[in-house]
Design a protein around this ligand. Structure first.
Ligand SMILES: [Zn+2]
Length: 454
């Protein structure tokens, strides 16, 4: 088995006691972390790869808990709209995607995530055009090509406009088809092993695009198969109004009545939460994917991250789709989570280390991978990011973690996923970035021409 030794770096382990080493080492054997601590690495085999990481900060790889990768080729549309206005502009465009376009879009989105320090990501894919081919397979193939740890969800919509939903009827599917396809995706791809690179979840889209029947039956399926459940909830006040008018209760009460709170559920956004709703999430072990940039871009509001954390709810960070966050940088989410929390709740609303925790260990909890990833500890999988902090942008910032969270995005010296280098010196290892950029442009123009969007 190959060994990689990194030393000379400031190491933020994000373990339970927040251990940090001002000049420390990490040793990786195969796909596991086999040593982490202060000073030089002990007992290095002579054929080990040695990485001099002096001037760098090593953190766990960042964990992205909410995304829509296909949106990488529908960026910059409806840029000044509300969520519902933005969605109704974009649904007809999204309705024309196919497997080839999704493969290119996902390769673009995943490569960019890697460049921003992300080693593990979910995806919420909920648009399955009838003649679009196997779009879920297309994004799984993209993740295998780029090399990220991947937790895609088989999403769905079954509540079209003619039945009071928001999406047009031609982008929704039949409930039986959704359940059959979800079960097939789990059977084909879900890997329960400790070092799994691929796990499947299920994810009806949102209260205004799916029926209660679909939510209920998807929950039954997920629990029968032992997979995690994901949906959008409490993103905007429009959604709150929709639920009160249609169901006579809050969004959290609505999904709770359908079996959608629990330790196997994570909710994207959770911006508009009452105190009883926060208590319900805490009591049931439900977790949250907080997407500060997307929420601000759509003017939706800001998640009560401090209150949720204080209540014991696991809050991870998510970039959300690129159509509502053209940057899709995981590191930017860390910075925004801190700035927006303080803008909302004052100077003590979040510490820089809270923000790093949300992007790493808490994100791992949200995806059900707390034992395997999210911190730098012996026995865990070797997913880590090495950030260069000795250039003009960061040189001599007193606190390296503050330099990462509050400073400009630093060069990414190295990103390792499962013990393999995915990014080195800011360049992807597995993908030719310039060719990919041209492919993304072609795919984006193909889709907009097909949809008549420009
Ligand atoms: Zn989303």
């Amino acid at each position: 088995m190959s060994t990689v030794v990194l030393d000379g770096a400031h190491i933020a382990t994000v373990d339970a006691s927040g251990s940090e080493f001002a000049s420390g080492h990490v040793v990786i054997t195969g796909n596991r972390i086999t040593a982490v601590g202060p000073g030089r690495a002990p007992d290095v085999p002579p054929d080990a790869r040695h990485v001099d990481a002096s001037g760098c900060l090593i953190t766990p790889g960042l964990v992205n808990t909410h995304h829509h990768l296909y949106q990488w080729i529908t960026r910059g549309l409806a840029v000044d709209a509300t969520l519902f206005g933005w969605l109704t502009t974009l649904y007809p465009v999204w309705g024309r995607i196919d497997a080839d376009l999704v493969h290119t879009a996902a390769t673009g989105g995943l490569t960019w995530l890697a460049k921003t320090g992300c080693s593990a990501t979910t995806d919420h894919h909920y648009v399955f055009p009838r003649d679009g081919g196997d779009v879920l397979h297309a994004e799984i193939a993209a993740a295998q090509r780029v090399g990220l740890r991947f937790h895609p969800t088989r999403g769905s919509m079954d509540l079209g406009r003619s039945r009071g939903g928001l999406p047009p009827d031609n982008v929704v599917e039949d409930i039986d088809a959704i359940l059959a396809a979800s079960e097939a995706a789990i059977d084909d791809y879900h890997d329960t092993s400790f070092d799994a690179m691929l796990r499947i979840g299920v994810a009806p889209c949102s209260p205004f695009s799916v029926t209660g029947d679909l939510l209920k039956q998807t929950a039954d399926l997920a629990r029968r198969k032992g997979v995690r459940m994901h949906t959008h909830l409490c993103e905007t006040l429009d959604e709150e109004d929709f639920c009160r008018q249609r169901f006579g209760c809050s969004p959290v009460e609505y999904v709770e009545s359908l079996g959608w709170l629990g330790p196997d559920v994570w909710l994207a956004h959770a911006v508009h939460l009452t105190d009883p709703s926060i208590a319900a999430l805490a009591a049931t072990g439900t977790s949250v994917a907080h997407c500060p940039t997307s929420n601000a871009r759509l003017g939706a509001g800001i998640c009560r991250s401090r209150d949720l954390r204080d209540a014991g709810v696991a809050v991870g960070l998510g970039v959300d789709g690129a159509a509502s966050n053209e940057a899709c940088s995981m590191l930017e989410e860390v910075r925004h989570s801190l700035l927006f929390a303080r803008a909302r709740g004052g100077p003590e609303a979040l510490t820089v280390r809270d923000a790093l925790d949300m992007a790493t260990m808490s994100g791992a909890r949200v995806l059900g991978r707390a034992d395997e990833i999210g911190s730098l500890e012996v026995g865990k999988l070797a997913d880590l990011a090495v950030w260069r902090l000795d250039t003009l942008a960061h040189i001599d910032i007193a606190d390296p973690v503050a330099a990462l969270v509050l400073g400009a995005p630093p060069p990414l010296e190295l990103l390792m996923v499962n013990g393999t280098s995915i990014v080195e010196h800011d360049r992807p290892v597995t993908i030719d970035e310039d060719t990919l950029a041209r492919d993304v442009r072609t795919a984006s123009r193909t889709l907009s021409k097909r949809a008549g969007a420009r």
